[in-house]
Write a protein that binds this ligand. Structure first.
Ligand code: ADP
Ligand code: MG
Length: 360
């Protein structure tokens, strides 16, 4: 596959299923020339906003292994209108207050790819199972491939062949813990989380498709979080899981401190214990009991006003707020040291390719 002219490096499938525009071809040529990939094999997915291709690159000389490296190449489509829908994810986000230009499709698509790269990096650095961010150039993103050594991509959670109530229950717990880690460690809300954007590989869940993920202090982050929780609850309910009520899940994810650890307990172990201790079931009785015992607001509608309340709290008022503890946590967190960790990719122009480095 390495012989012949450059044109031979594309398999027939890759080109016949979706014709690549010249700009995309040029970028892929650069990827080939730089050894980021050396063969593009075919399409994993064609979507409204992006196509994902499977590719391999030469073995990593530093790794000492002779295994080929598998890549997924996500190509954002430039000739699309569906992106207008994404306005709500961007407005209000400080990272994009200058760089967002609705009138320019190419710039917009480049921005979505950048966002995906940044968010993926944050997840990856925090140890969340997700594709490894590898390289970004304009609207083309190279990342680690989640799938087997034969190039078969991992199924989406929706399509995964999983049996047994207990397995589903454990996966549910695993996912809710991941959502908490994404919120607390990465300071992000996925904002499009569902069984479609989670891959199931070697009995583990991998989070993908994070271009629309928002900062946890985005004005609508809690609304998106609620939506993510609902999607996940609905899906696992359909799989027979006796899910935790959504408000408790919300609190579990957003509350900085869940309780104290027992002697010698790791943070992760304590977190899963707190989750296991939450009441199951969505019956009224459980909800009732929960509201009697907990300090959280009675409906998520009240949480929606968190921005207004945060302001109130910031002015030193808000002692009446039932969830001031939660807000205090948010406040602390946003002053945290990684406030700007979303700015790793600099905004250099057309030639911007500052993300060439591999992360290990
Ligand atoms: P979109 O939903 O915007 O089209 P996604 O990022 O969700 O884009 O990718 C589309 C599909 O491509 C996924 O559902 C998944 O099946 C596949 N896919 C995406 N990234 C990877 C990856 N790193 N490894 C394997 N498969 C992937
Ligand atoms: Mg998707």
């Amino acid at each position: 596959t390495t012989g012949g002219g450059k044109g031979d490096k594309y398999s027939d499938r890759a080109t016949s299923e979706q014709v690549l525009d010249p700009r995309t071809r040029t970028i892929l040529m650069q990827f080939l020339n730089r050894g980021i990939i050396n063969t593009i094999h075919g399409v994993i997915s064609t979507g409204k906003e992006a196509n994902v291709y499977y590719a391999v690159s030469d073995p990593d000389p530093d790794s000492g292994s002779s295994r080929l490296q598998h890549r997924a190449i996500k190509v954002y489509k430039t000739a699309i209108l569906v992106f207008k829908d994404r306005d709500r994810y961007v407005s209000g986000e400080h990272r994009f207050r200058n760089g967002y230009n609705k009138g320019n499709n190419r710039a917009m698509v480049k921005m979505w790819a950048e966002k995906e790269m940044r968010n993926l990096k944050r997840l990856y650095m925090a140890g969340i199972p997700c594709p490894k961010p590898v390289y970004l150039k304009l609207h083309v993103l190279a990342m680690g491939f989640i799938g087997d050594k034969h190039g078969r991509p991992a199924p989406r959670l929706r399509d995964a062949d999983i049996n047994g109530e207990e397995t589903w229950d454990l996966l549910y717990q695993e996912l809710v813990c991941l959502m908490r880690a994404i919120y607390q460690r990465c300071k992000l809300v996925h904002a499009d989380l569902s069984e479609y954007n989670i891959l199931y590989f070697e009995e583990k869940l991998y989070i993908i498709d994070v271009s629309q993920s928002v900062e946890h202090d985005h004005p609508r982050s809690l609304e998106f979080l609620k939506m993510d929780i609902k999607n996940i609850s609905d899906f696992f309910k359909r799989k027979g899981v006796d899910t935790i009520n959504e408000i408790s899940v919300f609190e579990f994810i957003a509350k900085p401190n869940l309780g104290s650890r027992t002697d010698g307990e790791t943070e992760d172990a304590a977190t899963s214990r707190f989750l296991r201790e939450l009441p199951r079931g969505t019956g009224e009785e459980v909800e009732e009991r929960f509201f009697r015992e907990a300090y959280v607001p009675r409906t998520l509608e009240e949480v929606y006003d968190v921005e207004r309340d945060a302001e109130k709290f910031g002015r030193g008022e808000g002692s009446d707020l039932v969830y001031r503890e939660l807000l205090a946590g948010r406040d602390e967190d946003t002053d945290g040291e990684d406030e700007d960790s979303g700015e790793q990719t600099d905004d250099s122009g057309e030639g911007g390719e500052s993300d060439g480095a591999e992360h290990t």
